[in-house]
Design a protein around this ligand. Sequence first.
Ligand SMILES: Cc1cc2nc3c(=O)[nH]c(=O)nc-3n(C[C@H](O)[C@H](O)[C@H](O)COP(=O)(O)O)c2cc1C
Length: 183
Amino acid sequence: MKKVLSLITGLMLGSAAVPAANAKTLVAYFTLSGNTEKAAKIVAEETGADLYKIELVTPYPAEYKAQTELAKKELADGTLPAIKPWPENIDEYDVVFIGSPVWWGTMSTPVRTFLASGVLKGKTVIPFVTHGGGGADESFADTEKLCEGCNVITDGWSGYSRITFGLAGWAEKSLKAATSNDK
Ligand SMILES: Cc1cc2nc3c(=O)[nH]c(=O)nc-3n(C[C@H](O)[C@H](O)[C@H](O)COP(=O)(O)O)c2cc1C
């Protein structure tokens, strides 16, 4: 009875769009030197999600200085570099964790391409980042700006380099909150 009542209340409050507890979950991430990939694998393992590595059509330069210069230029002129196709079944996912290295205080440009593509519209998007000491900075606020029509949870996780302290607990808690009507 309690279940039926809460279902009816949920429908009346218009909260039917909240993903169910068995929501299909994806962890999409970009990485250049492996730190975000390490974090992404932990999030996927903790939440039982599928993994999707965002890859560039034209790979980034191998050298750090060249990487920072290209990223700076792309961010300044709004270039969204082409990425390889995302999974064909992307429509099936209700919740998408999105992992990125912090580049110049924001999400990396390949992740920006994915966020701005429109493919995540209507989904719950939960960002996490790894950084080199500057913290998440504008990453989470920018995720919300870029991902139009998405339900972005701006209480993201950020970690320095390869340190993943607190990540597993955060991932579990975030998914629970995103798929629960008890908010
Ligand atoms: C192009 C570029 C820009 C970066 N900008 C920042 C920054 O603004 N703040 C920061 O803390 N770290 C910055 N870093 C460091 C990375 O965020 C950090 O090393 C990250 O963990 C790398 O993740 P990855 O191994 O998944 O590529 C930058 C690195 C690159 C390559």
